[in-house]
Design a protein around this ligand. Sequence first.
Ligand code: ATP
Ligand code: MG
Length: 632
Amino acid sequence: MTSYSDFHRRSIEDRDGFWREQAALIEWETPFTQVCDYSNPPFARWYAGGKTNLCHNAVDRHLKDRPDQNALIFVSTEVDKEIIYSFRQLHAEVQRMAASLQALGVKKGDRVLIYMPMIPEAAFAMLACTRIGAIHSVVFGGFASVSLASRIDDSQPVVIVSADAGSRGGKVVPYKGLLDEAIRLAQHKPARVLMVDRGLAAFDKVDGRDADYAALRQQHLDTVVPCTWVDATHPSYTLYTSGTTGKPKGVQRDTGGYAVALAASMKHIYCGNPGETYFSTSDIGWVVGHSYIIYGPLVAGMATIMYEGLPIRPDAGIWWQLVEKYKVTVMFSAPTAVRVLKKQDPAYLSKYDLSSLRALFLAGEPLDEPTAKWIAESLGRPIIDNYWQTETGWPILSICKGVDDSATKFGSPGKAVYGYDVKLIDEATGTEITEPGQKGVVTVEGPLPPGCLQTVWGDDDRFVKTYWTSVPGRMVYSTFDWGIRDADGYYFILGRTDDVINVAGHRLGTREIEESISSHPNIAEVAVVGVADQLKGQVAIAFAVLKDTSKAATTADALKHEGEIMKLVDEQLGAVARPARVRFVSALPKTRSGKMLRRVIQAVCEGRDAGDLSTMEDPSALQQIKDLMAPK
Ligand code: ATP
Ligand code: MG
């Protein structure tokens, strides 16, 4: 067996040979003539000349070998439902949805915005779009009118598919009113709205615009809608980044490269085999939901679980119950969800037979050591941290289990994944850092591998200007994250480049300070931001959530904790990193996908306008910080 470093090296040095081999993992209608057309950097055209279809590879292709195997397993603890679709049934439902969209006028290249809860019809709608060459744009169902309106204006959909309501923690969350309001606010007006009525919330119908899915489906029970073969470079979808650092960017994904990248990742990274079950706890509104609830598992011929509900309802054992019941082999979640479980009784994990599970993958935010240790010990299974972005669509850093038997290291999402020519760049000089243990910006030398963003939707200029820097002869993609690489090739992500604090000339990553503070036994979670300071340029301020709040019930207790934390940081990182203040709150402001909104905390601390708050989960968390920082 060749070592992983040889495997990785070949993917870079013999790029076309490597990706030509991977391309055989999917089915093509017309073979490609060129593996990678990079004649116009940084725009890469993967598998130019080839024609394929994402839905064909996710669904139709499996009718031959596994028509009656599970494809989509829908579980809702919100409405108490469990429905299993075999590949044959999924094929039928996708065609009914595709026929309904066509009846509403959707054609190849048209955009269809999907604003839906985690229900099977959302998956049908995504697959139906790629089936007919329409471009879907899924907007997370938790967003309200203003965020939705800006995404409607950006993607300009012909049709919007939605539902009467979602449900969260047993409470009905009506969607239609928000959608109507968003359409009213938007400049662009979709011609039609296709409504899935779950019978959860009554809603107003707009005559001539709103169509009822149940009725349309009934008319198209047997309509055959063949897959439209599209160019490998035809866009399959657009998707907005999480908006952690500012205005969300509309990532545009291709078809052929994406299908190949996902198929290859299922083989080399996730080790999921046809006929097995994959369970990703994300939401279809995020990139993990696109790649690893819908397309990745299905392309690999696996069943995928689509779960509507909380991880702790009816109790904190629900996920593990599903793992046992459906013999899940691969699971994917996020550190934020694990932290929710960590507050519950760990006995829930040992209650079920988890022997089918080979590994739990986590991604989306730094996996702190206490959380990683807790889940690894409670689960007794390998925990594999993945680092990637909406932009890339699949991991940049991971341990590629299928081709690499090296161990994971706590705090590291692993090594550069094959296909990614990852380089650390010194921000000040723009030169590559080759020495181990040195900090730099994590970049990828162009071309980005298959499956990554083609461009920013409708804005090539923004794509080039936002992400790329030219170095003589080359173009380099920036992740805007800061990292270090150790001597064994493992990377450690230190935070976002705009989360760097400059204290009296010392550049510090907020993540390092947070890690240090988290090692205090009574700290559950912490956010560190840099705040303008007349003397030092910037100082670090920490907002921490305590595990046991009774221990900081009085001001004296809080001061004692603050003192202990400062001492800890002094010892671990040095006095320059010591936060100027540590304040205790009951929750921290995060995006709906669980990412810490440091830019918002920082703005509040500096008395500035907090900017776009549309992706924020819980406004009361920010209010606590405002109250603490208000001049007394
Ligand atoms: P926006 O780009 O709109 O500001 P965002 O960057 O949060 O939002 P995503 O694409 O969802 O949008 O998140 C990608 C980012 O999440 C990465 O750039 C990185 O900062 C962080 N991230 C993802 N996975 C990991 C990980 N395993 N470890 C550390 N950080 C991670
Ligand atoms: Mg980002």
